[in-house]
Design a protein around this ligand. Structure first.
Ligand SMILES: O=C(O)CCC(=O)C(=O)O
Length: 289
């Protein structure tokens, strides 16, 4: 099954959690009717994006929002990469993506590992760490179509993470994300094309639709990039579904023509301290064809 259809849902997210979840379920059903096999929701699909909202909207996994995703995955016989929700675990809140298989089983959970703490004076200051805790694991899952790596939004800026996913066999990396009106136009597409080109993988992103009335205005422009770095499907700022036909044959062909994976000088990239630690080095640079 080297060909499949990927859908990235760009949905408007409002103040009502119930409405947000109902909308996500409706979009999953629509994407499935259009033939999608793997469907990704945006970051924070059940809650407005903002540090004050995270604790208020947080719930455990499983909980009502992810239970709805589990049922939608099963009913529509699809993989659902559940964007993210504020996840409550004890006294901590994480920005977490729950992933369901077509039987409705939770097969993986990614807690955003790099928290979005930036300060661009006069433009945007945001500090997720005010209310969120970071995850401490990378997350991959296997499907009959391909192996998928998961990152959330700011995670896309960290090239090593994508490289580790690719080295461990991922052919697709998905990033539910909510870039903003400052970094969106400057970095969003470039980062995706960079991650795709460096690692010769497909990259897909799903953003909330833009709401100019919101406290945090998401950029939108969900897209899918192929291993050549070409944007093969994208949308503007409004609600919509981005579909892409993924062809792993094209990925393999590209990797043969430009054999970066065989040419990498792993012996030169590793700092001496790591070089002595074979186990850790293997973890970083193990190649999984
Ligand atoms: O990296 C950026 O510019 C935006 C990141 C972001 O919005 C997020 O991590 O939620």
């Amino acid at each position: 099954m080297s060909k499949f259809k990927l859908a990235m849902i760009q949905m408007a997210v409002g103040m009502s959690k119930t409405d947000n979840v109902a909308k996500a379920v409706k979009f999953i059903s629509e994407a499935s009717s259009a033939g999608a096999n793997i469907i990704t929701l945006p970051e924070c699909f059940n809650s407005p994006y903002g540090t004050k909202f995270f604790p208020e909207y947080a719930e455990p996994i499983p909980g009502p929002s992810t239970q709805a995703l589990s049922e939608a995955a099963k009913k529509n016989n699809v993989y659902v990469v559940g964007g993210s929700i504020p996840e409550k675990d004890g006294d901590k809140v994480y920005n977490t993506c729950a992933i369901y298989n077509p039987s409705g089983e939770l097969i993986a959970k990614h807690r955003k590992v790099h928290l979005f703490d930036i300060d661009v004076p006069g433009k945007i200051t945001f500090k997720e760490s005010e209310t969120l805790s970071p995850g401490d694991q990378f997350t991959m899952f296997k499907t009959p179509f391909c192996t998928v790596g998961v990152g959330i939004c700011y995670d896309i800026r960290f090239a090593e993470m994508a490289q580790i996913y690719a080295n461990k066999g991922c052919q697709l990396i998905v990033y539910p994300g909510a870039f903003n009106m400052t970094t969106g136009p400057k970095h969003w597409a470039t980062l995706q094309r960079g991650r795709a080109l460096d690692n010769q993988v497909y990259v897909g992103t799903a953003s909330p639709a833009r709401d100019t009335e919101a406290g945090y205005i998401a950029w939108g422009q969900s897209m899918v990039v192929d291993p050549w770095g070409d944007v093969i499907s994208e949308t503007d700022e409004k609600e919509s579904i981005v579909y892409a036909d993924i062809d792993l044959g094209k990925l393999e062909e590209m990797r043969k023509m430009i054999p970066l994976r065989q040419q990498k000088r792993h012996d030169l990239y590793v700092p001496p301290s790591l070089n002595e630690n074979k186990e850790r080095r293997g973890d970083l640079y193990e190649i999984n064809p």
